[in-house]
Design a protein around this ligand. Structure first.
Ligand SMILES: Cc1cc2nc3c(=O)[nH]c(=O)nc-3n(C[C@H](O)[C@H](O)[C@H](O)COP(=O)(O)OP(=O)(O)OC[C@H]3O[C@@H](n4cnc5c(N)ncnc54)[C@H](O)[C@@H]3O)c2cc1C
Length: 407
């Protein structure tokens, strides 16, 4: 079997749809199996950093991002009493150093743009995968609706509770002890400052709140992370109690009380990740995005890493014959796993440092953050935002230093 492989992608989240778009770009068809029957408008905001935005622009959703996303000018970090700890410029500096803006986007706008790009043809809605099994060199997928499907390669882009990951490793989601309140507030219900193209973050003992405008600046998206006693349902759409959000951030300054009081509809769910994997493929099965490396949202990179995975995998599959698939999957995980592991572990580390109790370690952290104010902080993220997924050496883009040598 050396013909063109039949590729089945399970899951049409940001990772699965980016993979479908990137495969289509290289002339490789696939089918995308999604459990939901209709693509609903769920979720709140997502930060789209240049390491993913560059690829999404190239794939063809640049105009949609310009229309719906908000290019962020700066990121501000405050203490819970409203004192500015540090600020990092994004805006033009991000484009100059890393080739794309740093966007804040409503998840539904991003998913909608990807869906329009991919088109209805490859999508199989209402297909909840229940199992996958090898039959010789073929993979047989079985769905809850009773149907089956045969493929030469199965990519699990099916999120943190991935059925495909279950086939590859025996592990389980790990509860972080934290929960998140999320919501969207029309900016006209908030002080004028909420309209500014800023990511604002307030840090305090055991908790923090982050907000930014999305949907062309009409809505403010917020995520407020605080201890949660018991692990509850992990879902984008679980209802939360607005009064519990107000209580959790009682006495905080800046825009925090404006946001907590204006948030009349909140979602709340528990935050999980999973153990780091160094290999995540076997034979003709692999995973990407949260299925491979679910991460706590402290570096705002989960969706960005799903995009990088998708671009890397699509570039390795371009022109591959069916027989070459196992080898290409090994190359894919060698290219992706170390970076994803570093970001997964970094996100866990940030969950401690961002929530330090008041005291010497917190003052040291704030001092260190002050030292990275301005362009220094942006340059320090070259490893994150300057990474070029899917580039073979000859296609590599210039590094930040090559584009703009440090003075
Ligand atoms: C509070 C919070 C804030 C975040 N903020 C950011 C941020 O600012 N920036 C960022 O980059 N990331 C952020 N993330 C992470 C980001 O949302 C995820 O990493 C990203 O959505 C993962 O994409 P994915 O495509 O891998 O999985 P998902 O988006 O989970 O998509 C999985 C898809 O698979 C489908 N599916 C699942 N099981 C099956 C099955 N058995 N059969 C068929 N279909 C199935 C699902 O319905 C879904 O459509 C945040 C996460 C949280 C919790």
């Amino acid at each position: 079997m050396t013909g063109r492989p039949r590729i089945a992608v399970v899951g049409s989240g940001i990772g699965g749809l980016t993979l479908a778009a990137a495969l289509a770009e290289s002339g490789t068809p696939c089918e995308v199996f999604e459990q939901t029957r209709a693509m609903a408008e769920i979720g709140a905001g997502v930060q789209l950093a240049p390491n993913a935005a560059r690829h999404l622009q190239r794939l063809g959703i640049g105009a949609a991002l310009t229309q719906h996303a908000v290019p962020i000018e700066e990121m501000h970090m405050y203490g819970r009493r409203g004192d500015l700890i540090t600020s990092t410029p994004f805006g033009a500096a991000c484009e100059r150093l890393y080739g794309a803006p740093y966007y804040a986007v409503h998840r539904a706008d991003l998913q909608g743009a990807l869906l329009r790009l991919v088109g209805p043809e490859p999508l199989r809605l209402g297909h909840r995968l229940t199992s996958v099994a090898a039959d010789g060199d073929e993979q047989v997928l079985t769905f809850e609706n009773g149907s089956t499907h045969r493929a030469d390669l199965v990519v699990g882009a099916d999120g943190i509770h991935s059925v495909i990951r279950e086939e590859l490793v025996r592990d389980a989601p790990v509860f972080s002890g934290l929960g998140v309140f999320r919501g969207l507030i029309p900016v006209d219900r908030l002080p004028d400052a909420a309209r500014e193209a800023l990511i604002r973050m307030w840090l305090g003992p055991g908790r923090h709140l982050v907000c930014y405008p999305v949907s062309g600046g009409r809505l403010l998206s917020f995520a407020a992370i605080a201890p949660l006693a018991a692990a509850t349902a992990e879902s984008w759409s679980a209802q939360g109690d607005p009064a519990a959000l107000i209580d959790a951030f009682d006495g905080w300054s800046g825009l925090v009380p404006d946001i907590t009081r204006a948030a009349d509809t909140v979602r709340r769910w528990a935050l999980y990740d999973r153990p780091v994997l160094h290999t995540w493929s076997a034979g003709r099965l692999t995973v990407l995005g949260d299925a491979a490396h679910p991460m706590l949202p402290f570096m705002a990179q989960g969706a960005n890493q799903a995009v990088e995975d998708a671009v890397e995998l699509a570039s390795l599959l371009a022109g591959a014959g069916t027989d070459e698939i196992p080898q290409r999957l090994r190359t894919y995980e060698r290219a992706r796993a170390p970076r994803a592991a570093a970001i997964q572990q970094g996100s866990r580390g940030h969950s401690e440092t961002m929530h330090l109790p008041d005291g010497p370690r917190q003052r040291e952290r704030d001092q260190a953050l002050r030292h990275t104010a301005g362009i220094t902080g942006l340059r320090e993220r070259a490893w994150l935002y300057g990474h070029e997924a899917g580039a073979r050496p000859s296609q590599r883009v210039a590094t930040a230093e090559e584009r703009e040598p440090a003075s």
